[in-house]
Design a protein. Sequence first.
Length: 261
Amino acid sequence: MDFAHLDFPHAVAGLLVGALVGLTGVGGGSLMTPLLVLLFGVSPQTAVGTDLLYAAVTKSVGMAVHHQRHTVDWKIMRRLATGSIPAAVVTLIAMNTFIHIGKSANNVILDVLGTLLVITAVGILFQRKLLAWGATHHPVEQDKALFGTLVLGAFLGVAVSISSVGAGAIGVTVLLMLYRRLPVARIVGTDIAHAVPLALVAGIGHWLLGSVDFVLLLNLLIGSIPGVIVGSLWSSRAPDRLLRPALALVLLVSGARLLMQ
């Protein structure tokens, strides 16, 4: 890509989203996709497809870091992928067979995206209360944890394939309740590791459907990679009690606007 293809507004958007992801740990899909749709007027299907490959690239870096720090539980990751990958493939086939690219597909994506953004906002606001509630109950039995992980994976496979949203706050919150004896860092690392193959499979599926803009993707990555680094370095100093409510409010407003489109 030469300088004629550089789009500084998109690069700046990538920078800001990358910084927020580094600061808060919330997945870029819940931030980038609504930003592309609402601010830049990108079609919902192109925004989702491009964001999925964007997430696959950026989270590969995060997965490598967590692997080096031994904060990935590959057993749980395989459980998630066993549910999510087949669900993603079936969802993409269904979208291509029954909805097709066009207005109907965009309407479905807007509705699912808006709903998941609202759920993500609620998850961010009440994550600590949910975990506190879970701490007062007995740990989940291994058989139930296995079933719950497979169901969570299937849900994320469908949700991420349609909207690119779901693997961040929702996935981490449920995993923390299923595996409360594991350190939070290990849960986060496992969730990031799982997001890489899921986003890659779903992103390739959208590419085959013709809904990936590679010039847009490169511009987003130019900004997001340094943004993630800066955000991660500042994450320990950021006021979490202010950042999380602000982020939840942004997602809630974005979700409501998308549902009203």
